[in-house]
Ligand binder design. Structure first.
Ligand code: BDP
Length: 690
């Protein structure tokens, strides 16, 4: 587990292992995952003076496979087994575990139903630290969502526009460099360890935009994928692959890629067989089809259910799954009429297909209807397909949220998404849908995030962006976790405040600069849910009209009288009617629509009064001034933590804050002057608008 010294340990510095490492630890269990846990514990003990003990010795921490047939506590000879006694000892879920922490017997025991549970149990104890060794009622832990997956938008070849990682802000790819495997197995292993420690259990190794070389990973470059899978496997992470729907033509010499063609079906079956012969625990395929230039079933007049089922059938004999993305829209159209609203596209395409997907086909839906903006409503697709397995897709890589130069902690946003109830208080929440609760879908699709990690020594470019990766894993395991508690957890692990001169100042400072950073970012960028206003192409920094007259479908419609997109049923695109009740009513009128989404759903005059009592135009001015002030204050606060944070980390964040503040001022000035000129309405506080 030890890392090369030039790589940031993120949330697993050796210090975080102190509580476990200073104790007597026993790991009972066979196989590669149990071996990983033993090696982890041995490493921790080596650092902090504890030791690994054998069956004859009483451990302080016992990690073991629960013996189902003995109803839980049996099989350990009684000594130090913990009190148990509540019949909950065997968690059943293959990744779950039960933790017994008692006073009378001094052994803390994590009992798992399967080896993966040992791994998650171990890291749970690491997270708890000293607290793990204090008494508490026995508790069973199991993940709410499966899989908990990262999509790496990594290109194998350097793409002329997108580089090695599409929308990557953390150096190059961890997996690929200039068309070849990067060949840094220690980094991949260390990455797997970080991911496992926050609960992630699946990873797709290449971009959803599958170019020529990535396509070949499926066939003659399969060994490259197998090599990665070998490194991820010891940490319980399954490997998935993004594939092209055109693969039968591109790679297989077929005349067509028509999903209903028998030769095409045979080709996919044989191809999947070969993948599993090489990687027996392969996870499955990820597909972006008929979207932004990727090929798909539309070319053959087939539906997306036909396309997804083709791959699902090829994977089914091996227990594999296909993640079929719902991000399907026409990026080359004008805003002709209400039916061409891009926000409508996913629901228009997919909702009619509910019930047509195979049990191992998962529809992977972006959390919002457009594209990972700072603020969007929850996608109506999530609540509209009760007979389909749904995965919710988040974007940890900060494409539209500051590109890992700005601090923008996304956990509060993700938490809101996961708690949203598409059918009102009585129906399941988004997390429930992703878990497979209710409906006839027979299972959930889990949670997916586009990864924000790369070959950067800090993993994520901005060291504070590590929290987005950590929080993603933790929320996928426990979607109702409180984002503020997750932040505290991450702070304790990453910065080990108790080992510094002023733990409370460090904690308070970090809470402040990370905690409210999403709201701060939102304040100085596109207002009230309208989105975009970014520079075209790379999507960094402001350009209010950057996309306004392009065919991408992302507009704000500002004119001299008002701003926003009318998506109501009565007078607009009808998008609001894609929701079930109560949301279709809530979003239908400006009076009931939440302010933070007002301009997403409505075109309103600048004088429209928000619930805060402010007009829209004054809100725009005020938030843009406030956002910059908050970014400046965060920068100053960070500077004051210099004595408490490692020099390298402090310097990197300091550098990023300079850019964040510069860019925030640019946003403020462009947005404010744009709206001053459009509206002619002066700032009521008379501030200077550039
Ligand atoms: C957009 C990105 C683009 C991705 C696309 C996707 O700008 O690079 O290919 O999403 O999700 O946000 O497929």
């Amino acid at each position: 587990p030890g890392l090369a010294p030039d790589i940031d340990p993120a949330w697993l510095p050796d210090e975080a292992l102190r509580a476990v490492g200073s104790r007597r630890v026993r790991v009972d269990g066979e196989g590669p995952l149990a071996d990983t846990v033993r090696a982890e514990a041995a490493y921790a003990c080596e650092r902090f003076g504890g030791r690994i003990v054998g069956p004859g010795d009483r451990p302080d921490l016992l990690l073991r496979l629960a013996d189902d047939s003995l109803g839980g506590e049996g099989g350990e000879g009684g000594e130090g087994g913990g009190s148990g006694g509540n019949g909950e000892d065997c968690p059943r879920h293959p990744e779950g575990f039960t933790l017994h922490r008692t006073l009378d017997r001094t052994t803390v025991t994590a009992s798992a139903a399967a080896p993966a549970g040992l791994l998650h149990g171990y890291f749970h104890v690491v997270r708890l630290g000293e607290a793990a060794f204090t008494p508490a009622p026995a508790a069973t832990h199991r993940p709410a969502l499966t899989p908990r997956m990262l999509d790496h938008w990594d290109n194998v070849d350097v793409h002329p526009v997108m580089g090695q990682v599409e929308r990557g802000y953390a150096g190059g790819s961890l997996f690929w460099r200039d068309g070849r495997p990067r060949d840094e197995p220690h980094r991949i292993r260390a990455y797997a360890r970080l991911l496992a420690s926050c609960g992630i259990d699946a990873l797709a190794v290449n971009n959803v935009n599958v170019h020529a070389t990535e396509a070949r990973l499926l066939t003659d470059r399969l060994d490259d994928v197998a090599a990665i899978a070998d490194l991820l496997r010891p940490y319980g992470i399954r490997t998935h692959l993004s594939v092209s729907c055109a693969a039968p033509v591109l790679l297989g010499g077929q005349a067509t890629a028509d999903p209903l063609d028998p030769h095409v079906r045979a080709w996919w079956r044989e191809t999947a067989d070969r993948v599993y012969a090489r990687i027996p625990d392969f996870g499955g395929f990820v597909v972006k089809a008929d979207s932004e230039g990727q090929p798909g079933p539309f070319a053959y007049g087939r539906s997306h259910a036909d396309g997804a089922n083709l791959l699902a059938d090829a994977l089914a004999p091996h227990g594999g799954i296909v993640h079929w993305r719902a991000f399907v829209y026409d990026h080359r159209q004008d805003w002709r009429d209400r039916t061409t609203d891009r926000a409508r596209a996913a629901h228009d395409h997919f909702a009619p297909l509910d019930g047509e997907f195979r049990p191992n086909a998962i529809l992977q839906v972006k959390h919002g209807p457009i594209d990972f903006q700072t603020r969007e409503p929850v996608s109506p697709v999530i609540g509209a397909m009760p007979r389909t397995r749904i995965a919710v897709e988040l974007q940890a890589t900060q494409e539209y949220t500051g590109q890992q130069w700005h601090v923008c902690a996304l956990a509060p946003m993700w938490s809101q998404v996961l708690r949203f109830r598409p059918h009102g208080e009585d129906g399941p929440g988004v997390a429930g849908v992703a878990a497979g609760d209710g409906g006839g879908r027979g299972g959930g699709g889990g949670l997916v995030a586009v990864s924000n990690a790369g070959a950067d020594p800090f993993w994520t470019g901005h060291p504070l962006a590590q929290f987005n990766l950590y929080a993603f894993g933790r929320l996928a395991w426990q979607p109702d976790a409180d984002p503020a508690s997750l932040l505290d957890e991450w702070i304790e692990l990453t910065f080990t405040p108790n080992r510094t001169a002023d733990p409370d100042r460090l904690r308070a400072g970090l809470r402040h600069v990370v905690g409210g950073s999403w709201e701060t970012y939102e304040k100085y960028t596109a207002p009230l849910g309208v989105g975009f206003m970014v520079q075209p192409g790379h999507h960094y920094g402001p350009s209010v009209d950057g996309y306004e007259y392009s065919p991408w479908g992302t507009y704000h419609f500002a004119d001299r009288d008002g701003v926003g997109v009318d998506r109501s049923r009565a007078t607009g695109t009808g998008y609001a009617a894609q929701y079930g009740k109560p949301w279709s009513d809530t979003y239908e009128t400006p009076d009931t629509c939440p302010d933070e989404l007002l301009l997403f759903f409505h075109h309103v005059p600048y004088g429209h009064v928000l619930r805060s009592g402010k007009t829209v135009i004054q809100h725009i001015y005020d938030t843009h001034f406030e956002g910059v002030t908050e970014a400046e204050a965060a920068r100053a606060l960070w500077a004051s933590l210099k004595d408490l944070v490692s020099p390298a980390r402090h310097a990197r964040v300091t550098e990023r804050y300079e850019e964040q503040v510069r860019c925030a001022r640019e946003w403020r000035d462009q947005v404010n002057s744009y709206f001053l000129r459009k509206s002619g309405v002066p700032d009521r506080h008379g501030r200077r608008i550039h």
